[in-house]
Design a protein around this ligand. Sequence first.
Ligand code: PBG
Length: 327
Amino acid sequence: MQLRQRPRRLRNSETLRRMVRETRISKDSLIYPMFVMDGENKAEEIASLPGQYRYTIDRMDEELDRLSDAGVSNVMFFGIPEIKDEQGSQAYAPDGIVQRALSHVKADYPHLYRITDVCMCEYTSHGHCGVLCGHDVDNDETLKLLAKTAVSHVNAGAQMVAPSDMMDGRIAAIRDALDDQGYTGIPIMSYAVKFASAFYGPFREAAGSAPAFGDRKSYQMDFHNRREALKEALLDVDEGADIIMVKPAMSYLDLVREVHDCTDIPIATYSVSGEYAMVKAAAANGWIDEDRIVCEMAASSYRAGADIYITYYAKELAKFIKEGLIG
Ligand code: PBG
């Protein structure tokens, strides 16, 4: 056969495949989401997230050591408070769970980069992402509390804040509040393109943050929408976001690419709890090869345009990168 183009030529050895690889993945771009909770001497496995735990501060070191050993250096903290109230006041309490965890990590694990999720839903008794006005979330009142929460996280040692509430105007509100305190150098990673998604189910079990009534559709996005995703991303860039996140990852890769193409700041994707739970469940049944699936999912985010990947599989991915299963 007279074939001039033979794409298979570049696939015929591992060395060559690695040479021509288009997507390079580094463990430096991985972020591990970690749950910390009030209380003592507990590391509770989350039923719908096998292998993931809620740690009390005195037990966090077990996980922080494993992360350090794996070479994962970025951690995003989620707090689970003992007391939840209407206002979510533990979110911004100077001695709240995340604030105390930050002080601990800053003192004992200074090599780990500390990011915090800024939201109210883990802290409110009703489970919504802000303060209520009737049965709706009051956007502008919530902005004040989010800004206060972000400042209190930075006071306690956060090096980056990541608002996940989806209120309008929160990036500007948080940027202003941080700047007022002299925190002009603290970056904001915005959960800018965040959909109202069933993929968050296991997380809500983990954080006890399922809304007590209704759903999050009046603030998180409708999953049918594409142009609105670009609008949300561009608005947040305008308001001063330093990094834009698309969430969930796996079912929204088209938007990762589009947001990548219409902005000039780093893009993060969050492979959320439901994605992890599906892989774990299928793997436990012996239906899929977990390691290879995890690698393909990660590579697809980067290939779509992500620079940063937030995943419960961060430690495993760091290992797979080292072993050459991905990278
Ligand atoms: C808080 C928040 C959620 C997640 C990240 N931050 C839950 C939600 O919006 O309901 C989901 C993360 C995951 O599912 O892994 N607002």
